[in-house]
Design a protein around this ligand. Structure first.
Ligand code: PRP
Ligand code: URA
Length: 209
């Protein structure tokens, strides 16, 4: 069964509470989503493997540590996942970025695919899928399925707010994918929005409503 890590860092909790407020405008919302993504990236990369490397400082030769193992990729689920990319890249600048375009049909709540462009060597990379919201889980389950069909073997999923329904579905459909969650909320409403949530993440990031 996958690992589910709900972030307990005070800065992450504080920033999530801040952006939940309905009177926070797009500029501030976008900036803080980026900050939360950076902080969550820091927490979610704690177990990356290191290897020894010999280097020369201006003073002497020494042995330091550097990242080893698989190279990384970040794959945002469009649109709202884009809001987390810069914050992630800030922490892992060598990561490649792929994009998966999905939107939720407003009537059926099923994900509709409209775009997929991944790094050519994505099957050799460890991939972080990012999307601020995990609601029914339809979008993230579909995105991860698309990655698996391209041969990606090691996948982590990172979201800012999750509903228990989405977590359960992800664990059932992709038990091999670890979940990193900023805040685990209460439930979904009749429109499949997360309660208390923060509303429509894409609209709030891009100011489309
Ligand atoms: C939102 C969100 C997730 C999805 C979550 O995207 O960013 O991708 O809904 O819901 P689910 O877990 O029930 O699938 P949306 O479909 O609104 O598209 P957008 O990012 O383009 O606004
Ligand atoms: N998508 C969002 O942007 N917000 C929700 O609460 C659910 C799905």
């Amino acid at each position: 069964m996958s690992k589910v890590q709900v972030m307990d860092h005070p800065l992450i909790q504080h920033k999530i509470t801040y952006i939940r407020r309905e009177d926070v405008g797009s500029k501030e919302f976008r900036e803080i989503v980026g900050e939360i993504a950076s902080l969550m990236c820091y927490e979610a990369t704690r177990d990356l493997k290191l290897q020894d490397v010999k280097i020369k400082t201006p003073i002497c030769e020494t042995t330091g540590k550097e990242l080893s193992g698989k190279k990384l990729a970040i794959v945002p689920i469009l649109r709202a996942g884009l809001g987390m990319v810069d914050g992630m890249i800030h922490m892992i600048p060598s990561a490649k970025v792929g994009h998966i375009g999905l939107y939720r049909d407003p009537d059926t709540f099923e994900p509709i695919e409209y775009y997929c462009k991944l790094p050519a060597d994505c099957d050799e990379r460890e991939v972080f899928v990012v999307d601020p919201m995990l609601a029914t889980g339809g979008s993230s389950v579909a995105a991860i399925q698309m990655l698996k069909e391209k041969g990606v073997k090691r996948i982590r999923f990172m979201c800012i707010i999750a509903a228990p329904e989405g977590v359960e579905r992800m664990q059932k459909e992709h038990p091999d994918v670890d979940l990193y969650i900023g805040a685990l909320d209460d439930h979904l409403n009749d429109h499949k929005y997360i309660v208390p949530g923060l509303g429509d993440a894409g609209d709030r990031i891009f100011g489309t409503k």
